[in-house]
Design a protein around this ligand. Sequence first.
Ligand code: HAM
Length: 439
Amino acid sequence: MYQKMKGTYDLLPEQTRKYQQLEKVIRNVSKIFNYNEIRTPIFEATNLFHRGVGETTDIVSKETYTFTDRGKRSNTLRPEGTAGVVRSYIENKLYAAKIPVQKLYYVGPMFRYERPQKGRYRQFLQFGAEAFGSSSPMLDAEVISYAVSILRALKIKDVTVHVNSIGDDESKQKYREALVSYLDGKVDTLCSDCHNRFKTNPLRILDCKIDKDSDVLKNAPKPVQYLTESAKEHFDNVIKYLEAMEIDYIVDESLVRGLDYYTHTVFEVNAHLDSLGAQNTICGGGRYDNLVESLGGPKTPGVGFAFGMERLMFALESINFLGEPEYLHLYMMVLGEEQKEEGMKLLNRCRLGGLISDIDFLDKGMKPQFKLAANLKARFIAIYGEEEQKQGVINLKDQESGEQITIKKEKLYNKIITELMNPSSNCTDCAEESCDSCE
Ligand code: HAM
C-alpha cells in the first residue's frame, strides 16, 4: 500500500471544510484591508530563492526541494511566497500600475525539507501578504494590524506580537561588525553550522535552532543598539501607529528572523498553545526594502507577512472552532426503477434552484436510504415511489420536526424553500393547490 510522503498530510472532506472556512475569514479581512489575491506558480527558477531568500539561510541551503527538469533547468518548489510574488511584481510591471501601492495576498502550499513534527511539515500552507511601493512606517503598522485582525476575526486571543527593527543597510552593516567582533573567540562553543555561518552570514547564527538558547547568543549585541537615526525614527513611528491602533505588542530586541531580505521592521506572532509546543510561531514577517531591486526590479520598498495555516488551524481547534456542519437540504429517496427518471428531474430542479441535494446510486431499499439520509444530515427527505407516482405527489419528511406531508410533486422546490426561509409557516394541507404557504 502506498503511503503519503513524510511531512505531508491529506485533508479529508471534514478538515477541508474547516480550511475553506478559515480561508473565507482570511479573504474577508483581506478585502477590508484592500489586499487583492495573487496566484503564482509553486515552482520557480532555483536562483530566485538563492538571490531572494539568501544562499546561506537554512531555508535555501538545507531545506529546498530542487530538481532539474527535462530542459536541464534547475527548478525549486517554493519554500516561501515572497520571492515568487516579487518576481511576478517585477515581471508584470506592477510597479507601473495606476495604483502605486500594490497590496497583494496569497494562499497556497510551500515546501521545505524540514524535520517533520506537530506544526511543522514538508508541504504546508501559507497565507501571506505583501505590500509594495511605500517606505512609510504606516504600511508596516498596517500590515501588522492586518495580521492581528485576522486573529481577531478568528477569535484567537492568546497570542503575543513581537516586533523589532534590524534597521537599514547602514544599521545592518554596523550591527554585523559588532556581532562578528563579539562572536570572535566564542564561536567554537557553537554548533558546526554556526562556524560556517560565522564566515558567510553571521546574522544567521542568531536564528540557529541548535544554539538559540545558549548564553553566547542570549548575551549577543542587539540590532536596536546599532540603528541609524533614520532607522530609529522609522521604528519609533511604527510603534506610534501600532499604539494609535491599540495593537498589543512587545518589542523583542532579539528578534531577527531567518530570511536575509529583511530591513527595518521584523515581527512574529506567537500563539500560547501547549499543543503547538515549539512550533508556536503562527506568523512571521517584516519589511524588505532591497528585495525588488536585488531581483532585477526598480528600487521599490516592500513589507509583508505569512501565516502557517496548519498552526492557525491548531489554534482554532483549541478554541473549538468546528466550522459549518456538513448538511444537505434535500435527500431524494426514489423507490423503484420506474420512478428514477422523474426523481432525477425533481432533483435537478431543486439543484438548479440552489438546494444542496443528493440521491442514492446503489438501488438501496427504503430503510438503508433513511439511514443514508440521516448520515448525510439531510434536513428534508422527499420520498417518491410507485404510489406517489400514480397520484402525482411526493411525500416530504422534515427531519427537524419529524413531520411528513404529501404535496404535489411540482411544489417540492417551493415548499422546501418556504420552510427554509420561514420555518414557522407549517402547512398541514399542502396537497391542496390553493394552499398559500407552499405556493
Ligand atoms: P517564515 O517565518 O519562514 O516567513 O514563515 C512564515 C510562517 O510559516 C511561520 O511563522 C510558520 O507559521 C509557517 N511555517 C514555516 N515553515 C513551516 C513548516 N515547515 N511547517 C508548517 N508551517 C511552517 C516567510 O515565509 C516569509 N515569506 C514571510 C514574509 C512575507 N515576510 C515578508 N513577507
